[in-house]
Design a protein around this ligand. Structure first.
Ligand code: GDP
Length: 189
């Protein structure tokens, strides 16, 4: 897979649109960088031990065809109000300028926990913008079989049949093919 990474924090500097964008968003530490590394087979998305640090939009150009877009993680307790506002602005700017090129938003949620307030806010935002989204339940390897089925049922009940929910683990690689298939089906491969 040929891959180029570019980091943007200004709208006028966003790259030329290609055949669509697949967006990854979620709370800090949910496993977003690990997933992007897994999907691209590289170490391109830095796995940070200091979450919530950079509020920038990372575009990963894949095979000169489409982008994986890495939005800054949210919900990190230790950021200042100023950084929180900056975070919101940058995501808003991204959605507003590129919504038309977005194929799907992958919303990553830690599969061990029930829906958090800021995930709910993100979902409402995505719905308001009329963006198609799918839920990736991360770190599913950390759950026992019974807990895993319980959490999957909880999210299925919460979202109904209209949304694809993908249990995923960077350790066992469960869900990785499902995510890549979705990218392919939506015309990204
Ligand atoms: P980000 O802040 O969302 O980019 O999260 P990272 O990708 O940096 O991951 C945060 C932590 O969770 C790291 O220590 C990862 O090794 C760990 N992690 C990520 N995905 C998984 C997973 O599927 N299973 C397990 N057990 N740990 C994971």
């Amino acid at each position: 897979m040929e891959l180029v990474k570019t980091i943007y924090s200004k709208k006028d500097k966003f790259p030329v649109p290609l055949n669509g964008e697949f967006v990854f968003v979620g709370r800090s530490n949910v496993g977003k960088s690990t997933l992007l590394n897994t999907l691209t087979g590289t170490n391109i998305a830095k796995i940070s031990k200091k979450p919530g640090k950079t509020a920038s939009v990372n575009f990963y150009k894949i095979n000169n065809l489409f982008y994986f877009v890495d939005l800054p993680g949210y919900g990190f307790a230790k950021v200042s109000e100023k950084e929180r506002i900056r975070w919101k602005q940058i995501i808003e700017m991204y959605f507003e300028s590129r919504f038309w090129n977005i194929k799907i938003v992958f919303l990553l949620i830690d599969g061990r926990h029930e829906l958090q307030k800021n995930d709910e806010q993100m979902i409402n935002w995505l719905k308001d913008l009329d963006l198609q989204f799918s839920i990736i339940l991360t770190k599913i390897d950390k759950l026992k079989m019974s807990e895993k089925s319980k959490m999957i049922s909880y999210y299925k009940r919460l979202f109904g049949e209209n949304y694809i929910i993908i249990p995923y683990s960077a350790i066992t690689k469960e869900g990785v093919n499902e995510i890549l298939n979705l990218v392919e089906v939506l015309g990204g491969a």
